[in-house]
Design a protein around this ligand. Structure first.
Ligand code: GLU
Length: 500
């Protein structure tokens, strides 16, 4: 049997370090066994998926030194490798389940489902579909379809008994069927849900091992049942532990930068970042900390994964990166890396149009734009004195901006500007005054190139990290104050901004 593994990212945001971590383990396992590693794009969420996000995922995984044998960019015998191009396949398979009576049409309105959910929550019973449309007759179904009533296709799920999931890293996991929802397989717009598309594709692409994050364990019973319904053999499952913040919570962009683009912009070396990801829940047999991808592949063993949540610690990563810089590069090689990193034409051409109007000699360029090639800026509480804001307002401006930007997907300058104008208006602060502390947090000084343009070039994670750093510099917000801020922020977000 040829081992085939895959990574199946959804292109709905910035490329996540967690995706790279899972990709790394999948690639190592496939390579060790002389098998194939596949990249499949799971873009069935048409609202949230974007081609730009897909491109960023492919680019950053390649930047890290990962490579796949089949994928949307390299092709392969089992394509297409983008789920949005495989609609007919899923529809066919949903049809098959309907014919075998393993699935059923459901015509329940979203109002009915909302009420049901509210009732279940109030009664503290498990939330899930109640089987309302489970026993419709064929003629009732046909009549509703003929009348154009919107509908979905759901899978049948036993109401009794226990599902046992085998995982390469765990004892058998038992989940009661009564806890498993009658999952929607085809949505009202005809698009498949993750569950249907994922199972169908893993089978058709002959995936032998599904190595993914442990947040997917709860989906495994539905998948197992679908394999049974189709009469297919299920791949071996292996759920890797989730990456965690130093406080043990799940790694999230609210606490730590999660985008690979941030680590790139910070000047981490791809070798070092990949090396560090290889240390997440895994170790070399000789426990050495520094190793290359090839060295990892040579001795890879999934059994060496430990399940205690691995901590993604920026300080450790910095240390490891430093050892790579000192030990693995000649000055010539490092010069090439610096050039590749930020001192290249592309990046200069992003910054120069902003700087050109403000410099008189070329030597003015570096001091004006140093913050584009810096990590965290050297700030102290006095840095913000010139804004004239009281501490309380200052903290609110920074914190509210941070919250607003955490929810921001579109990172074009106009979109960022609209968000900031909106909060400034709601706080009744003149936009110019509102920007003053942001200038300091993002650029380190109160006057620089346009802060909005700078934010757009620096990218979301770097901007959020600098805002967090500014808040820390000012002594942080504190628990009690944070509660009050949350309330204010909520009220502001609900009020119609006056500046609109
Ligand atoms: N599309 C899922 C994701 O975004 C894939 C999960 C899986 O590997 O099954 O992570």
């Amino acid at each position: 049997m040829t081992i085939r593994t895959r990574i199946a990212p959804s292109p709905t945001g910035d490329p996540h370090v967690g995706t790279a971590y899972i990709a790394l383990f999948n690639q190592c396992f496939a390579r060790l066994h002389g098998g194939q590693f596949i990249l499949r794009i799971e873009d069935t969420d048409r609202q949230r998926s974007t081609p730009a996000s897909e491109q960023a995922i492919l680019d950053s995984l390649k930047w890290l030194g990962l490579n796949w044998d089949e994928g949307p960019d390299v092709g392969g015998a089992f394509g297409p490798y983008r789920q949005s191009e495989r609609g007919a396949v899923y529809e066919q398979h949903a049809q098959l389940l309907l014919e075998k009576s393993h699935a059923f049409h459901c015509f329940c309105s979203s109002e009915r489902l909302d009420t049901l959910r509210a009732e279940q929550m109030a009664a503290q019973t498990p939330v899930g579909y109640d089987g309302h449309c489970l026993n419709l007759t064929q003629s009732e179904v046909s009549a509703q379809i003929a009348a154009d009533i919107p509908h979905v296709v759901r899978m049948k799920v036993p109401r009794e008994g226990v599902c046992v999931i085998n995982d390469l890293l765990r004892d058998p996991i038992e989940i009661e069927w009564s806890q498993v929802d009658m999952q929607v397989l085809l949505k009202a717009d005809g698009m498949p849900t993750y569950h249907l598309a994922n199972v169908v594709d893993d089978h058709l692409m002959q995936i032998t091992h599904v190595i993914r994050g442990e947040e997917w364990i709860s989906s495994a019973p539905k998948h197992k049942l679908l394999y049974e319904y189709f009469g297919w053999e299920m791949p071996q499952l292996c759920h890797l532990p989730l990456l965690r913040n130093p406080d043990k919570s799940k790694l999230s962009k609210r606490k730590n930068p999660t985008s690979i683009l941030y680590y790139q912009r910070m000047g981490f070396l791809p070798e070092a970042l990949l090396n560090y990801l290889g240390r997440m829940g895994w170790s070399m047999p000789d426990e050495r900390e520094k190793f290359t991808l090839d060295e990892m592949v040579a001795v890879f063993d999934l059994k060496r994964v430990s399940l205690g949540g691995p901590i993604f610690d920026l300080e450790k990563l910095r240390w490891l990166n430093g050892t790579w810089i000192r030990e693995n590069f000649s000055p010539e090689q490092l010069a090439d890396r610096l050039h590749e990193w930020a001192f290249n034409r592309d990046y200069l051409l992003k910054i120069l149009p902003l700087a050109q109007v403000r410099i008189e000699t070329l030597s003015d360029f570096a001091p004006l734009t140093a913050f584009f090639v810096s990590g965290m800026l050297p700030l102290n509480a006095d840095s913000f004195k010139s804004t004239g804001f009281e501490d309380e307002v200052l903290l609110q401006v920074l914190q509210f901006t941070l919250w607003r930007l955490e929810a921001q997907q579109d990172w074009q300058r106009d979109a960022i500007f609209a968000q900031l104008k909106d909060i400034a208006g709601a706080m009744q602060i003149k936009i110019k005054d509102f920007f003053a502390p942001l200038f300091i947090a993002i650029a380190g000084t109160q006057s620089s190139v346009s802060v909005i343009d700078a934010m757009s070039v620096l990218g979301p994670d770097m901007c959020r990290a600098r805002l967090r750093h500014a808040l820390d510099t000012l002594g942080g917000v504190g628990k009690k104050r944070m509660k009050a801020f949350e309330k204010n922020y909520q009220a502001l977000s609900e009020a119609t901004p006056e500046s609109e």
